[in-house]
Structure formats: C-alpha cells, structure tokens
Design a protein. Structure first.
Length: 132
C-alpha cells in the first residue's frame, strides 16, 4: 500500500514524516472528521478518548477510516479502517471508544499495521526504560 511504502522509505532513511495533521495528505471523505487521544493499543485495535465536542461523530457509523499518528515511535501516521466495537461515556461526557482494526477490504495491510504497532510498543518500552 502507499502508506506502507512511505513508512518503509522513511524508516530506511531514519526520517520522520513532516506533515502536520491530516491536511497534508489525501484522505477519503467518508464522514465527519473528529480527533481523539490514544488510550490503549493492541495488535487488533485501539482505544480512543474523545472529548465531548468530538464525541458526536462517533455515533454516525460503525466503520471508520482512521489516520493514527504514533510519532515519534513510528515514522509516519498509519491509515487503517476500524470498526467501533464499544463505547463508554464518563461523567464529563468524554467518550471512550474501542476500535477493532478491519482488514476485510485489504487483508494484505494487516501485516503492515501489526508491524507498526509492534514498532510503537517497542519504542515506548525503550523510552520508559531510559526514563527509569
């Protein structure tokens, strides 16, 4: 995939993607745009925390095209499709959204995404070791 080619090229050169946000890339327009903070991450998906302002968009669909920015642990953001599997609203109306990666439309992308998630977790582990 194009996302994989860019990521591998940047990693080979030891560089980071310099784009800011999603405005500097071509993204499909599939629904309302909203942002979230990473709460947790695994090989099969991730958890997002959405502010009260951004939470309205999560109820519009079950399938989402996501742009996951894990820099500096991963050289460039990852484009991936995910399915909303559960939500929880806290007392301040922030929403925790559990998202499962969806590879039905592009099974070959699974290996790339799992490699990048593993890369990120390893980079986080090393940063925590150095800080201790």
């Amino acid at each position: 995939t194009a996302n994989g080619a860019i990521a591998r090229d940047l990693a080979t050169r030891g560089e980071m993607w310099r784009g800011e946000g999603t405005d500097s890339v071509l993204l499909p327009e599939v629904g309302p745009r909203f942002s979230g903070r990473l709460a947790n991450l695994g090989g099969g998906g991730l958890g997002l925390i959405l502010s009260r302002e951004d939470a309205a968009g999560i109820g519009k669909s079950r399938l989402f095209w996501m742009w996951v920015d894990l820099r500096p642990g991963v050289a460039c953001p990852i484009g991936v499709t995910a399915r909303l599997v559960h939500t929880h609203t806290d007392s301040q109306q922030n929403v925790y959204a559990g998202m499962a990666f969806e590879f039905q439309f592009n099974p070959a992308h699974r290996g790339f995404v799992v490699e990048r998630m593993t890369e990120y977790v390893e980079a986080q582990r090393l940063r925590q070791q150095r800080a201790a």
